[in-house]
Design a protein around this ligand. Structure first.
Ligand code: PRP
Ligand code: URA
Length: 209
């Protein structure tokens, strides 16, 4: 599939299987999301540009690589996108965070915005949007639209599970935005849930059902 990377690392696949299991506790689910967040962050930042800087080791001067440019921005879609945040921020502690509050109307499956707060200069930065689930993609499409309204041009999207319908819809609206996911599942059911999926990520993460 164009512009989609499926992260097939064994640790990611193993942890995803544990998360799908309906008997996994809230605590276990949250911990696994944290761990997979780190692993996906490692993958999505794999090609960040490096620049050479001069440093002094105890034995002398050298030119050494470091990540160049402005600090990147993580943009979790609330609530469930927050599940990746601690892990990602452990790997990139200087990143900025933009919060995008959206919920999916259960009848229409459209995304309803209730909060948006991004760094002032977000347009100058790489923005990595996070949400465990790309189902219809209405939430992800709305999140990226909102960022584009603020002038953002450099966006990546990271999720845990994607439905083929969601990927098609997302790239119908934002073809240039690459997706990283741990798996592409079979289809959406009549309620817009990913099958076989893992259920409602936000509810499982926060124990709200
Ligand atoms: C879930 C999920 C995504 C969205 C995906 O959020 O976390 O944000 O649905 O579905 P879509 O691709 O069809 O838009 P939900 O609206 O349940 O909110 P929550 O994260 O607060 O539970
Ligand atoms: N949101 C979820 O949390 N799970 C799905 O399967 C679809 C949307």
């Amino acid at each position: 599939m164009n512009n989609v990377t499926v992260v097939e690392h064994p640790l990611v696949q193993h942890k995803l299987t544990l998360m799908r299991d309906k008997s996994r506790s809230t605590k276990g689910f949250r911990q696994l999301l944290h761990e997979i967040g780190m692993l996906l962050c490692y993958e999505v930042t794999r090609d960040l540009p490096l620049q050479q800087v001069e440093i002094e080791t105890p034995l002398g001067a050298m030119m050494a690589p470091q990540i160049g440019g402005k600090k990147l921005v993580f943009a979790p879609i609330l609530r469930a996108g927050l599940g990746f945040m601690d892990g990602m921020l452990e790997l990139v502690p200087s990143a900025r965070v933009a919060h995008i509050g959206l919920y999916r109307d259960p009848q229409t499956l459209t995304a309803v915005e209730y909060y948006f707060k991004a760094p002032e200069d977000v347009a100058d930065r790489l923005v990595i949007v996070t949400d465990p689930m790309l189902a219809t993609a209405n939430s992800a499409i709305a999140a990226v639209e909102r960022l584009k309204e603020r002038g953002v041009t450099n966006v990546r999207f990271v999720c845990l599970l994607a439905a083929p319908e969601g990927i098609a819809n997302f790239h119908g609206h934002h073809p240039e935005v690459p997706i990283w996911t741990a798996a592409i599942d079979s289809h959406l059911n009549e309620h817009g849930y990913i099958v076989p999926g893992l259920g409602d990520a936000g509810d499982r993460m926060f124990g709200t059902k």
